[in-house]
Design a protein around this ligand. Structure first.
Ligand code: LR7
Ligand code: MN
Length: 567
């Protein structure tokens, strides 16, 4: 036992040293624990409406000032306190920094009506299907589960209202809010007394994972619907989600996530046709879903969910092992539930006709007891240990700090995997996510493409943008991550759901085009580490730095034509 203990202590000390080194390298100090380490990945918003306009003109949604369109909706309930007053008097002080508490502009939120109208961002085809006529008569009803820690009152209230206002009442049994030990015990009072609302408060901070399970255990409905506490449901968002579960009790259904701008709270439609994927460092990312000849409003199978917004039957949630209760605070649980669902006989889809807006922010507004890098390492390492089989090596390679995570006991989860007779991670990769490049298997190289400290950079990162040779940025930066695939294409991996590959323009500048495997987009990585354009035979060179251009191979110096991959 002593030996074991010593081992554990040694391990912890080693880990602490590693973390301190990491922290130093990012200029962090101990007191600033609640701030982000740079190595914590934040879910990025999907491309916003600006991009929608370029990409998907047929949808043609306008970005409108929501206030201009606002018409009062019927009130779901009479508040027990004059809520708007409550928000203004207690929730915000005009003089203070509006970002200080929530890392979004809370003044912008407070100013908006709690029941403002949002633009209907759905594909117009969705509007043809009406509830209840065009849905199965016995759609299951749901309990809505919000967990929150210090959520701003106006966003919390608007989240609940949007659920009650935009859902058929007979499909909502209850709205359960878990107050995850917010500093002010009255934080949830804003929604108290609202129709169907029940508030449970954790006396100690449990984190969103255990809080959701508490909510799930208290719920009575056949379906559980989890939401973040700063969202707004769009028109008819619920029936299309429930329909998925009605078809298959093992299905998990996520809405398409729109963007509520964190500075001005405008509601922006995000581009359609995206699904969730990830990198080996366990960073969630949006990517273009393969079309496979389906209609634009068919549910999109997704290897991964963003994590916060989804419906699941209570039966499947319980049968499949809820969540891993040893995961703390935030992060990693979306990987765990996604691998588990697919590998153990379920499925996951993003439903285009269901849209819910979410306030994306850049940093956590709350503290992580134990530090956020450490928490993310622990949660993701638990996922890797239980679910990723031999592929976990690629995770540890991409996220070295996770090697030192104190993962805690895993038996319960490995037992669960056995009991449910789940398939292997290899099966998941082959059948659910064949597009994920496995290091060393189906690509020439990935990561940054480098010459010393100079990297190939995607420039503006938009269609036809000129590539450049720039100073290398920290890894996982969204302009310098590439995959050179065996099919000869070099794809940008920016995590925003784009689908851009390297091509040459008429002046032989390297540019971004939409990926195809047509000859102009194919390259060869030569023995002497040149990147040679197959069609023209030219080689990429940095000789006209910062421009990235192609010239006859060997016509510029070796140095300028030699490229290395970081992974
Ligand atoms: O200790 C905590 N206790 C809580 O109750 C920390 C957080 N929370 C609450 C919090 O108030 C919020 O309602 O949990 C919810 C999620 O926390 P956020 O909003 O800080 O998380 P996020 O939006 O940055 O992160 C996404 O990934 C998380 C990984 O653990 C969760 O799965 C979030 O639910 C998830 N959000 C979404 O999927 C919305 C779309 C984002 C994308 C892409
Ligand atoms: Mn959120």
């Amino acid at each position: 036992d002593d030996l074991l203990l010593n081992d554990q202590v040694a391990q912890e000390e080693f880990r602490d040293a590693q973390l301190n080194a990491l922290r130093d390298s990012y200029g962090e100090n101990e007191e600033e624990e609640q701030h982000d380490f740079e190595n914590i990945e934040h879910p990025t918003p999907p491309p916003d409406a600006k991009i929608v306009d370029n990409f998907d003109v047929k949808h043609n949604f306008k970005v409108v000032d929501p206030r201009a369109e606002w018409v009062p909706l019927p009130r779901p309930s009479q508040p027990s306190v004059p809520r708007i007053k409550f928000v203004e008097e207690v929730g915000s002080r005009k003089s203070s920094d509006p970002y200080a508490k929530n890392n979004f502009n809370v003044h912008a939120s407070n100013k908006l009506p709690s029941d403002r109208k949002v633009p209907d961002t759905r594909n117009p085809m969705c509007r043809k299907r009406k509830y209840p006529e065009d849905y199965p008569p016995d759609l299951p009803s749901t309990t809505i589960i919000f967990t929150f820690h210090n959520e701003a009152r106006s966003t919390l209230y608007r989240s609940v209202r949007s659920v009650l206002d935009r859902s058929p009442p007979e499909l909502i049994d209850e709205v359960i809010l878990i107050d995850d030990a917010s500093d002010d015990p009255e934080q949830g009072k804003i929604v108290e007394g609202m129709e169907k609302v029940r508030i449970l408060r954790n006396h100690e901070r449990e984190g969103l994972i255990r809080s959701r399970v508490r909510g799930a255990n208290a719920a009575q409905s056949p379906v559980l619907t989890f939401l973040d506490s700063h969202i707004e449901c769009n028109t008819d968002w619920l029936p299309p989600l429930l329909e998925q579960l009605h078809k298959n009790y093992r299905a998990v259904a996520s809405p398409t996530i729109d963007v509520i701008n964190m500075d001005n709270f405008r509601y922006l439609g995000s581009t359609s046709g995206l699904r969730g994927g990830f990198t080996w460092s366990m960073q969630f990312q949006w990517e273009t879903a393969p079309l496979k000849g389906k209609s634009a409003i068919d549910p999109i199978p997704t290897p991964m969910i963003a994590g916060g917004l989804f419906s699941i039957t209570k039966r499947w949630f319980d049968e499949s092992g809820q969540y891993d209760l040893d995961m703390d605070v935030w992060g990693g649980e979306n990987f765990e539930i996604s691998f588990r669902t697919w590998m153990c006989g379920g499925r996951m889809d993003i439903v285009p006709c269901s849209r819910v807006g979410h306030v994306f922010r850049k940093q956590h507004p709350y503290s992580f007891p134990g530090g956020n890098g450490r928490t993310y390492d622990k949660n993701t390492a638990r996922t890797a240990e239980v679910w990723m089989d031999e592929y976990k090596q690629h995770f540890y390679h991409a996220r070295p700090s996770a090697k030192f995570a104190a993962v805690g006991p895993l038996e319960e989860r490995t037992e669960l995997r056995k009991r449910l007779n789940c398939k292997s991670f290899g099966w998941y990769l082959e059948n659910v996510y064949p597009e994920l490049s496995v290091p060393g298997r189906d690509m020439v190289g990935f990561g940054q493409i480098k010459q010393g400290m100079q990297c190939i950079d995607a420039g503006a990162g938009t269609l036809n943008a000129k590539l450049a040779v720039q100073h290398c940025l920290p890894q996982d930066s969204d302009k310098q991550e590439w995959i050179f695939r065996n099919d000869g294409t070099i794809k940008l991996q920016d995590g925003h759901g784009t689908n851009f590959c390297v091509a040459l323009d008429k002046d032989n500048h390297a540019v971004l085009h939409t990926c195809t495997t047509d000859p102009p987009m194919l390259w060869t990585y030569t023995e002497s580490k040149q990147i040679r354009h197959r069609e023209t035979g030219l080689c990429l060179t940095s000789s006209k730095k910062p421009q990235l251009r192609a010239f006859p191979c060997g016509s510029t110096s070796n140095e300028n034509e030699r490229w290395a991959f970081t992974k």
